[in-house]
Design a binder for this molecule. Structure first.
Ligand code: TXA
Ligand code: MG
Length: 328
């Protein structure tokens, strides 16, 4: 199996090479502040088709388009309201994706036929440099096979998609660790479609009321399937922090603990502590790598300690629930 070239993102030649690949319709995995993305030219339907193929992603699940400056919006989503602008001013560049009415030239494949397009301006310097150098908006889902845990370092990308991407830019581990907050601005009220580091309270501070989509409404954020971010090992989310995992006799279980407190006297044979002090930012940053390490142990079951569903805790619990959801 051919394996993709991995280049240090800090070298300017790497960025030039990567941008050339994007312009020629190829695929480049690159770091963002949230997770690694699998990028292709958003305005080239062939490149976009390759993204879906590489990820084995169903075509009903639309992609996020990444831009480096607001001028690029004109060609993607020209109808921007004063309310949209306030959010952009407050959170761009950064981990917020806005769903806006789309320009006719955005390929239907990108938006899964929806009349809207999801746009994000990442703050990661490598992502910014790549988009600028390529000179085109970059469509990029998380760089993992569909349904699997998102990658937070270049090695995760190589493991999952190494033979299906032309180049991987290694920019070290991602600082945030969970995917961007997605807000739809296409309806009467802003609506939170996926929780992330930009919290509901922060959004409401800027634009007033923000609705919350019930996670079961698969049509609102088409890719937000109940089971997602899944490990191969079945996972159970414990009822409360500090709960003793109900490990059966002979069962080899792993524990995903939110803080150092969670691992005391545990009946589990493997433990990952997301943040010794229980800090949610640190926990989010470590979440996906810790899930991958536990999954690699081929245990019988994983138990995850919950955190409070407030602020960034909403995003962490969203990912844990989707990981633990039964196969349907
Ligand atoms: O942090 C992130 O957002 C990362 C990095 C790479 O930027 N990207 C990412 O992409 O998480 P992906 O493809 O894994 O998740 C995109 C989500 C999907 O759940 C999809 O349903 C939703 O965005 N989405 C995209 N376009 C949409 C639209 N027009 N309306 C509603 N939801 C949309
Ligand atoms: Mg994803």
């Amino acid at each position: 199996m051919a394996s993709a070239t991995v280049l240090p993102a800090s070298a300017p030649e790497s960025i030039r090479l990567a941008a050339g690949i994007i312009r020629n319709g190829g695929l480049v995995a690159f770091p963002t502040e949230t997770v690694y993305g699998l990028g292709g030219d958003a305005l080239n339907p062939d490149a976009v088709a390759r993204i879906f193929e590489a990820k084995q992603r169903p075509h009903f699940d639309p992609l996020i388009v990444h831009i480096a400056d607001e001028a690029a919006l004109e060609a993607l989503a020209p109808l921007v309201s004063a309310r949209d602008r306030r959010l952009m001013e407050a959170f761009w560049p950064g981990p917020l994706t806005l769903v806006l009415p789309k320009h006719a030239r955005v390929p239907d494949l990108v938006t899964a036929g929806l009349p809207t397009v999801a746009v994000r301006m990442p703050s990661h310097p490598v992502a910014q440099a790549l988009i600028r150098e390529a000179g085109v908006p970059i469509a990029a889902p998380s760089a993992n096979p569909f349904g699997c845990v998102s990658p937070t370092c270049a090695e995760h990308v190589r493991e999952g998609l190494g033979d299906r991407v032309d180049l991987i830019l290694d920019g070290g581990p991602c600082l945030i660790g969970v995917e961007s907050t997605i807000v739809s601005m296409a309806g009467t009220w802003p609506e939170l479609l996926r929780p992330g580091q930009v919290t509901l309270a922060e959004l409401r501070n800027i634009v007033g009321p923000v609705l919350r989509t019930d996670g079961s409404q698969a049509t609102a954020a088409p890719g937000q399937l109940p089971r997602h971010y899944a490990t191969r090992t079945p996972m159970t989310v414990l009822a409360a922090p500090g709960y003793r995992p109900p490990v059966q006799d002979g069962e080899r279980a792993g524990l995903l603990a939110m803080s150092a407190r969670g691992q005391r006297d545990t009946p589990c044979c493997a433990v990952e502590v997301l943040s010794p002090s229980g800090d949610l930012r640190e926990a989010a940053r470590n979440l996906f790598a810790a899930l991958r390490r536990l999954d690699a142990l081929a245990l019988d079951r994983l138990y995850a300690e919950p955190c409070e569903e407030r602020g960034l805790g909403l995003a962490i619990m969203d990912r844990l629930r989707r990981c633990a959801a039964p196969l349907t």
